[in-house]
Ligand binder design. Structure first.
Ligand SMILES: NC(=O)c1ccc[n+]([C@@H]2O[C@H](COP(=O)([O-])OP(=O)(O)OC[C@H]3O[C@@H](n4cnc5c(N)ncnc54)[C@H](OP(=O)(O)O)[C@@H]3O)[C@@H](O)[C@H]2O)c1
Length: 312
């Protein structure tokens, strides 16, 4: 059995690492803010002092950090994974990063005899806890097959999409659909309220028909309850929309619905909601409609700082 490391114990990484540990895989972990590793230490993981120390103890290293810059730092920084992971090792990037950066990272790792699998996920914190994530994988087939038993601990819908970067392309497609749907749900529930109709009953009616979606179910409920504890932070959703926009521009490809969602997500973050769940997008739609006596909180009032359960 390959020795496993896990770097990045945030909303997603922590429950994923715990699931690997509980499935009987000894684990060496690292998180930049050391206190976030405490639940893993209590569950029996070895806590390392750097990504390098994780790599020195591992053959397969999972990375689940915020963005391209963080991944590059963890992999290629002074105390990075590549300074200690031996040839034949595998790095598995489970965060959402750009296909272009992923291909660059894969080429650099290949020079050191290390395979990179890009393996972003969908299903949110709830899916990470339950081990029911969708996992979209790019990279060498033999590396995928070596890591598959570990993916099966973390998720259910596991698809090897193609070569390096293909997993991140699939995740970008996921975010294109999620963002447009999130915006549609926010508009529909706001429209219902402004019509003086019970938005909760509208949601209930729509759930049984063609407009059903997980977004309507989970994020629609969050919008009704004004529960914007993350979940999937607005700043991470903004990051995803930004990287999709850059990739589309490089292809001279127009993605108008995604561009609109990106602008509105910028507005949400700018109004102080970077750490709120991205379903708080409904606040932007409400604010565009001007002030009304509907009990809507003003856009500039962040309502949460804690961590909840639903996400992208
Ligand atoms: N939350 C979701 O529902 C969800 C769903 C699907 C995909 N994702 C993706 O999964 C990834 C992680 O998301 P999350 O929600 O778990 O985010 P999070 O709770 O904000 O955690 C981010 C993690 O990245 C680490 N990190 C950030 N910059 C770093 C750096 N320069 N060097 C080392 N570590 C760094 C953080 O360390 P510190 O603790 O030290 O800050 C933390 O461990 C993101 O790419 C996100 O887009 C999230």
């Amino acid at each position: 059995m390959d020795r496993i490391g896990f770097i990045g114990l945030g909303v997603m990484g922590r429950p994923m690492a715990l699931n690997l540990l509980r499935a009987g895989h000894p684990l060496t972990v690292f998180n930049r803010a050391a206190e976030r590793a405490a639940p893993l230490a209590e569950a029996g993981a070895s806590v390392a002092v750097s990504p390098r120390a994780v790599a020195a103890a591992s053959r397969v290293v999972f990375v689940n950090v915020s963005d391209d810059v963080a991944v590059a730092e963890v992999l290629f920084g002074e105390l990075g994974v590549t300074s200690a992971l031996a040839s034949g090792g595998i790095v598995v990037d489970m965060g959402t990063t750009s296909p272009t950066a992923t291909r660059e990272h894969a080429a650099r790792l290949a020079d050191a005899g290390i395979d990179l699998l890009d393996a972003p996920v969908s299903g949110g914190e709830a899916g990470a806890r339950a081990g029911t994530l969708s996992i979209m994988v790019g990279g060498p087939r033999d590396a995928f097959e070596r890591v598959l038993p570990l993916f099966q601990v973390l998720g259910q819908g596991i698809v090897h999409v193609g070569d390096s970067g293909a997993g991140q392309v699939a995740k970008a497609c996921n975010q294109i659909v999620v963002s447009a749907t999130l915006l549609g749900v926010a508009e529909a529930l706001t429209f219902a309220r402004r019509q003086g109709v019970d938005a909760g009953r509208v949601r209930a009616a729509l759930l049984g028909g063609f407009a059903y979606s997980r977004i309507l179910e989970t994020h629609g409920q969050r919008m009704l309850e004004r529960d914007f504890a993350p979940g999937f932070r607005a700043r991470l959703h903004q990051k995803d929309l930004g990287l999709i926009g850059r990739e589309a521009q490089a292809l001279n490809l127009a993605l108008p619905a995604t561009a609109l969602a990106a602008q509105l997500m910028n507005a949400l973050v700018a109004s102080g909601h970077a750490e709120s769940d991205s379903s708080a997008l409904v606040r932007v739609i409400e604010a565009l409609g001007g002030p009304r006596a509907t009990g809507e909180a003003p856009l500039s009032a962040p309502s949460c700082e804690g961590e909840g359960t639903e996400a992208a």
